[in-house]
Design a protein around this ligand. Structure first.
Ligand code: DGJ
Length: 730
């Protein structure tokens, strides 16, 4: 360990050492990736390389070997010779629209054995304005975070019109962009396309619940579509829960400029003399082993650095939402908890409808904002339900939507000044609700208070589902001054993060789900405050295969809540086999979302088996490395993946049939095993003794399993199979 640390220090020294003529190479490394920039005092900072790890010698050679090739500034402001999308656009105190950034200094420091920070300072050639680029490299996970700070040292205010968190130029023959699209109930669908000359933009201007349609995560594959296990891919995401914009400009040199940051839409920021502004972090990574490795890097990084309690296991939950909606009383909940305990669940989550005073929350039209227990429904209060759950061996969780208010609420009547509104214009409702203005510190205090009061009133609560069921329209804040309204988008999200920080410092152990209508807040900005996301309000298993496939391209499986719901499915009306519904949920963070009192005895037994099986495979599914085997997007009519524990001792495989197969049969070659190890195969969650896998019960070598594979009887639509492979001593 000491030797590795000493070597890293040496590398850091080399990274910033001077070459001849005052030219300096700045090199940022992780275990398998390097960034190389060239810098000279008073000259623009040039981007030279981002790709597989380079030796110091080869990084230095970039200057002599490629010195005359076209290259772009690492962080080009609008000004000088620039004619591509800029990384930064400012209006200076004297009204100048142009900025020319030149290199001033660079320093690096080792934060710990895994993380290195490099700060590069740029300054305008003429005016006293500086820009700092801050990179944090996570060595083992091959991930780098970047943020940018602009400091106004001018005599008057500077307007920041647009500021990227990261800006990179790639040079290849062709570029393929993988990004996400969708809508409520169909989030995180994948789309891959060849980039052609011009600018492709992915963005959100919704302010809240920003990831339903598009997501800031992207993959760029060079010289061909992204492959699973080989080829070069570049991944990125903005760690931010507000408006974002990622743009991809293919220029006339056939170079690609990737710009990733806050959405500049109506978002100017005024900096007074002496003030500074720091962007959210962009998170980026490179892999020359395809998008499979990129996924594993993002998952490992997120579990350690960007997800609350990434080292714990998640409980099997039963949530009453799809089972009862708003219609329940204490007796109903006790009966549901009884059944949840019988099934083997570990957590009961009480969803929407438990609160409201003068305006009880019996549907979506009233009560949001009035967070008192509805005594007509729950005369014993929350503590009584929490206590009952505990007596049955279950933890207790509760739903809140504290950023929102119904017009029919006491809160809306008492604090109309807290509501997001544009002057005297009508305030549009969505799902019958308005948004509270989190730019306002009083609103932040109120929301923190909602959480704090709730947790102190019922100490049995150990899980909170945090919902947010609309986005921003007719933006405006009565708190922000008239000439600062464009700060809304950034200040709302920062206000939200401020509340989360206060909650996390007082309640470090509580588990929190980012719900946001399902799929609406799937980002690395809010994730560190949350234990999981509610992946989608669409619980139909066949749709979930696609939604989950997209979601855990970047986001860890343990954070991807996946619930078994009733048949027919509430969203689609489809009735899929219960085993298939269970197996799809078991490939994420398994839970149940139905009224278990309505289930037949055999269905309860089937859920009991599935939950028991999930508890056996949970450590591998939740903490293992994900390898994708067959994509549902490939239209073969199958989808398959396997997880492998870090030590390669255990592996869990999921295979799903999504169509009718007449003569073709599925053979799967596993991935990520130890070729020299021997693995015993046991099918999990088997039904009525039927096996789906030809190799059930056999012990085979990792090499065999990865080269020859195993065959499956999954010919009919919605058949599925789950295997556990355990390494045997030989
Ligand atoms: C939207 C969420 O996604 C659902 O799971 C449920 O909590 C409802 N809101 C409750 O209103």
């Amino acid at each position: 360990m000491k030797r590795a640390f000493a070597l890293l220090l040496l590398l850091l020294f080399v990274a910033t050492s001077s070459k001849g003529g005052g030219l300096q190479i700045v090199k940022i490394d992780t275990d398998h990736q390097s960034f190389v920039f060239s810098a000279a005092s008073g000259k623009p900072l040039m981007f030279r390389y981002w790709g597989a790890r380079l030796s110091e010698e080869d990084a230095g050679a970039i200057l002599s070997a490629c010195g005359r090739e076209k290259s772009w500034e690492l962080y080009p402001a609008y000004g000088g010779a620039l004619y591509t999308n800029p990384a930064l656009t400012l209006v200076h105190a004297d009204g100048q629209l142009t900025t020319e950034l030149v290199f001033s200094s660079c320093h690096s420091r080792q934060l710990d054995e895994n993380r290195t920070e490099t700060i590069i300072v740029l300054q305008d050639k003429v005016l006293p304005l500086t820009v700092e680029l801050r990179f944090t490299a996570f060595r083992q996970q091959d991930i780098v975070m970047q943020s940018v700070t602009v400091r106004n040292r001018e005599q008057g205010p500077v307007i920041v019109r647009q500021i990227a968190s990261a800006f990179f130029s790639l040079k290849a023959m062709s570029y393929y962009l993988t990004h996400f699209h969708g809508s409520s109930n169909a989030e995180m669908w994948l789309k891959e396309e060849l980039l052609t000359p011009g600018i492709k933009t992915i963005d959100s201007k919704k302010g809240v619940r920003t990831t339903h349609n598009e997501n800031s995560c992207f993959i760029v594959s060079v010289n061909g579509p992204a492959k699973e296990d080989d080829g070069e891919v570049y991944g990125g995401a903005l760690a931010w829960s507000g408006n974002f914009e990622s743009s991809f400009q293919l220029d006339d040199f056939n170079m690609l400029q990737i710009r990733c940051g806050l959405n500049p839409f109506c978002s100017e920021i005024r900096l007074l003399p002496g003030e500074s502004f720091t962007t959210p972090e962009a998170v980026v990574g490179y892999s020359d082993r395809g998008k499979g490795q990129l996924t594993r890097n993002f998952h490992r990084w997120a579990r350690r650095y960007a997800l609350a309690h990434g080292d714990r296991y998640r409980s099997v939950a039963l949530n009453n939402w799809e089972g009862t909606h708003w219609n329940f009383n204490e007796k109903d909940l006790r009966e549901i908890i009884d059944k949840a305990a019988e099934i083997g669940c570990e957590l009961f989550i009480l969803d929407d409808g438990w609160f409201g005073g003068k305006y009880p929350r019996n549907d979506a039209t009233a009560g949001l904002g009035d967070w008192q227990v509805n005594a007509a429904k729950l005369p014993g209060g929350l503590q009584s339900i929490a206590g009952y759950a505990a007596a049955k061996g279950l933890r207790f969780g509760i739903w809140i939507e504290p950023e929102m208010v119904n017009p029919h609420s006491e809160l809306a009547q008492e604090h109309s000044e807290w509501i997001v509104r544009s002057g005297e214009r009508e305030i549009p409702t969505l799902r019958h609700q308005w948004i509270l203005d989190l730019c306002n510190p009083d609103v932040q205090d109120f929301i923190f208070g909602v959480f704090d009061d709730l947790l102190s009133s019922a100490p049995g609560i150990s899980y909170v589902k945090w919902d947010a069921n609309r986005h921003v329209n007719n933006v405006g804040s009565t708190y922000l001054p008239a000439d600062e309204q464009s700060r809304f988008w950034v200040d709302y999200t920062r206000g939200l993060y401020n509340v989360y920080e206060r909650i996390r410092s007082k309640y470090p152990d509580i588990e929190i789900q980012a719900c946001a209508s399902g799929g609406g807040r799937v980002d690395f900005g809010s994730l560190p405050f949350h234990d999981e996301i509610w992946t989608s309000d669409n619980t139909n298993a066949i749709d979930r295969i696609f939604i989950q496939w997209g979601t855990n391209l970047f986001f860890p499986t343990m954070a991807m809540a996946a619930h078994v719901s009733a048949a027919p499915n509430r969203q689609t009306g489809m009735s899929l086999p219960l085993k298939f519904r269970c197996d799809v949920a078991m490939s994420g963070r398994m839970g149940i979302e139905l009224d278990p009192r309505k289930l037949a005895r055999e269905e309860i037994a089937c859920l009991q088996d599935a939950v028991a099986a999930y508890k056996t495979i949970r450590p591998v599914v939740q903490h293992g490395d994900l390898y994708r085997l067959v994509s549902p997007y490939d239209e073969s009519g199958w989808a398959a993946l396997n997880y492998v524990s870090e030590t390669k001792e255990r592996c869990v495989l999921f295979a799903f049939s999504t169509a009718l197969h007449t003569r073709t049969r599925l053979t799967l070659r596993l991935k990520g095993l130890d070729p020299a190890g021997y693995y015993k195969i046991t099918e999990q969650n088997r039904q009525k003794g039927k096996t789906g896998c030809h190799a059930e019960g056999q012990t085979l070598s990792g090499d065999y399993l990865m080269k020859c594979g195993v065959g499956f009887d999954l010919a009919k639509p919605f058949e599925s199979c789950v295997l556990l492979l355990e390494r045997q001593d030989r």
